[in-house]
Design a protein around this ligand. Structure first.
Ligand code: ZN
Length: 136
């Protein structure tokens, strides 16, 4: 049905506004993690922390010849760990909600199961009827 999604969306926006959440339009803005930026202690370059801190490692080794990038970016390793933890947590939640129901089956899988069950019952019923007739 064309437009139904929009209507649904508008209703949600209105509800959000009523509930005082979201922006002035009621839109829920996904708050993007601003991240952590560390400043190189040597050249004052700002680099963003990631879970692997690849940029920082490259910076430390190529610009300053440091094997340990913590010398340039103090505490970077701790930030990286925190980011990695947050990412893995978020990913787990998203994966768990992947359209599966509590019993771990998708809708299609459940239907298939139900159909198979019906077939079994049907088969058993027919077999019973057949043998009953044969018994005559
Ligand atoms: Zn530097």
């Amino acid at each position: 049905m064309p437009g139904s999604n929009k209507t649904e969306r508008n209703r949600m926006l209105k509800a959000n506004r009523a509930a005082g959440i979201g922006d002035e339009m009621g839109r829920i803005v996904r708050v993007k993690d601003p991240g952590v930026t560390l400043v190189c202690t040597i050249c004052k370059a700002e680099l963003k922390c990631t879970k692997s801190n690849t940029e920082m490692k490259n910076h430390a080794s190529s610009k300053h010849g440091k094997a340990n990038y913590e010398e340039c970016f103090e505490g970077a390793e701790a930030h990286a760990k925190a980011i990695a933890e947050r990412v893995s947590k978020g990913g787990g939640a998203a994966g768990g909600g992947g359209g599966k129901s509590a019993d771990g089956l998708t809708k299609a899988e459940r239907k298939k199961k139900a159909d198979a069950g019906l077939d079994d019952l049907l088969g058993a019923g027919l077999a019973g009827a057949k043998s009953g007739k044969k018994g005559k």
